[in-house]
Design a binder for this molecule. Structure first.
Ligand SMILES: NC(=O)c1ccc[n+]([C@@H]2O[C@H](COP(=O)([O-])OP(=O)(O)OC[C@H]3O[C@@H](n4cnc5c(N)ncnc54)[C@H](O)[C@@H]3O)[C@@H](O)[C@H]2O)c1
Length: 264
């Protein structure tokens, strides 16, 4: 946690370099219910298994999803994803953070499949496959043809252009970014990204869904690094340069950020 509002600080300083921020861009209020009865999650790796588990936990508790279709193209990766979720849930039970009955209800919400057609009638699909633009574009092109016209697509990409994927899907108005953080089960933030093509009703519904699964959504336009990595990566680079030049030690950089900037 930073000691002062970073955005407020940046706003007052940024105004000197001429960039403009509108109140709307920082507002996190939402008005329309999400209404995503059936959720799809594509890719059950580090991020995807956490997203499926988090949504399933919320669904078991509040009924926001009738089912979650968890898809991997390869059976062995599907089993690995299922195993990850099962082990994570078992750990919560062993630590008394989840009852056995709630764990059971959570796991029953998820249908694991290698059949991509099982995604056709989902209301929202969150994609978390590997960070490769060609693969993602091909996937979205296929999904755009096979899914019902109402299905909204959301990519968890950290660094790729949401706009490029949205155009490949053939339904850019129904395309957003949902950037979760690792580990998904624990980290509260989700950056919700809109492109110039995103329908604002779609965007608001996605923000609402993020809240419904227990996360805190922040809004950002499709810009490299979104918010967190746009700020974090340059500061990490500067830390490395300070050390490389021998200007400061690792320990003193760490201490400076902990005691001077309130970092953990
Ligand atoms: N790792 C992080 O800390 C992190 C944080 C935020 C966002 N992201 C983003 O999330 C996405 C996934 O990252 P990850 O770390 O979970 O990767 P990962 O390699 O752990 O998982 C990717 C999964 O996608 C599957 N996959 C690949 N191609 C597929 C296809 N065509 N259809 C279905 N499944 C497919 C793989 O089998 C694998 O299980 C990336 O876009 C990444 O940039 C990662």
């Amino acid at each position: 946690m930073l000691p002062i509002s970073f955005a407020r600080w940046a706003f007052s300083n940024g105004s000197k370099s001429g960039f403009q921020l509108t109140r709307h861009q920082f507002s996190t209020s939402t008005t329309i219910g999400a209404g995503f009865d059936k959720l799809g999650v594509i890719g059950l790796g580090l991020m995807g298994h956490g997203i499926a588990q988090t949504a399933a936990a919320a669904a078991a508790k509040s009924g926001i999803h009738s089912s979650i279709i968890a898809y991997e193209s390869d059976p062995s990766f599907l089993e690995r994803g299922r195993d990850r979720i099962t082990k994570s849930v078992e750990k919560l039970v062993s630590k008394d953070k989840l009852s056995a009955a709630d764990a059971d209800a959570l796991l029953h919400k998820i249908t694991f499949t290698t059949d991509r057609n099982a995604l056709n009638d989902t209301d929202l699909i969150v994609e978390a496959i590997i960070e490769n633009m060609d693969l993602k574009k091909q996937l979205y092109s296929d999904l755009g043809k096979q899914c019902k016209s109402e299905t909204i697509f959301a990519s968890n990409t950290s660094s790729l252009s949401i706009t490029e994927m949205a155009l490949a899907s053939g339904r850019p108005e129904k395309f957003v970014g949902v950037h979760f953080f690792n580990p998904v089960q624990i980290m509260k933030l989700v950056e919700v990204i809109r492109t110039d093509h995103t329908d604002m009703a779609v965007f608001d519904k996605t923000m609402k869904w993020v809240e419904q699964i227990g996360k805190v959504g922040v809004k950002c336009r499709d810009t490299p690094g979104f918010i967190v990595n746009r700020l974090l990566v340059p500061s990490l680079m500067q830390a490395m340069l300070l050390m490389e030049r021998g200007d400061a030690s690792i320990n003193d950089v760490d201490l400076s950020m902990q005691l001077g900037a309130g970092h953990p």
